[in-house]
Design a protein around this ligand. Structure first.
Ligand code: C5P
Length: 222
């Protein structure tokens, strides 16, 4: 059985205004579009959506037309705490858990399939894209040291894990509470994670210009 956790409890402060997961792309809120990709995926059985406590009823309303069982639970103060809250709602008989940011509505079913297959084979897999820009630290408003981009990847979601492995990673997270993805917890327990090459359109909508881009892109989405 495959369950998906969708963390959607962020405040979206970099975008401002209405929490980004509630903003409409076309006829529906972004969160609905993201959830629908998994609702329609033949290998996914259940969904857990993690939202801000004050918005749980609004989120349930947004998701009423989903066909699969979908639990909505309150999140925490960091993404890691929100995913942990979602994991508590995942049934113990689950084989694989996928985690996918609500703010990535352009995820394709093909990539979801690749992550599920790789997770079945290896225990852990995640989507990422090779870094193509030059990357450099900054100090006091000026550029400092350049980092070689050879072998660097920008992480995306979904990230897939065997259920027991994900439980173990959260149990052993120790002092870490602000991991910005779940591969960081695998790194902490020494678990290797297979790379699934992603798609540049699977961006995490974060800034006002991402939102502008998303609105245009949505209009021409196949
Ligand atoms: O903050 P960031 O953009 O990296 O968040 C990625 C995803 O994690 C978003 O979908 C956001 O709603 C979610 N999140 C969460 N709980 C938090 C912070 C972020 O569920 N406390």
């Amino acid at each position: 059985m495959v369950a998906v956790i969708i963390p959607a409890a962020g405040s979206g402060s970099r975008l401002g205004g209405l929490p980004k997961q509630m903003r409409r792309l076309g006829d529906n809120p972004m969160l609905f579009h993201t959830a629908q990709v998994f609702d329609q995926h033949p290998s996914v059985s259940t969904l857990v959506v993690v939202g801000p406590s004050k918005d749980l009823d609004a989120i349930k309303k947004i998701l009423t037309s989903l066909k699969k069982p979908c639990e909505v639970v309150p999140g925490g103060t960091t993404r890691q705490k929100s995913v942990e809250a979602g994991l508590r709602a995942v049934h113990k008989s689950t084989g694989i858990v996928l985690i996918h940011d609500a703010a990535r509505p352009f995820i394709s079913a093909q990539i979801v399939t690749k992550v599920i297959e790789a997770t079945k084979n290896t225990g852990a897999a995640a989507v990422a894209i090779p870094v193509t820009d030059t990357v450099r630290y900054a100090e006091d408003g000026c550029f400092a040291r350049t980092i070689s981009r050879d072998g660097l990847y920008a992480m995306q979601t979904p990230q897939g894990f065997q259920y027991d492995l994900l439980q173990k990673a959260f149990r052993q997270a120790g002092g870490i509470s602000d991991a910005t993805d779940d591969v960081a917890l695998m790194e902490h327990i020494g678990q290797s994670v297979q790379i699934i090459e992603g798609d540049r359109s699977n961006i995490k909508i974060t800034t006002p210009s991402d939102w502008e881009w998303a609105q245009q892109r949505w209009k021409t989405k196949p």
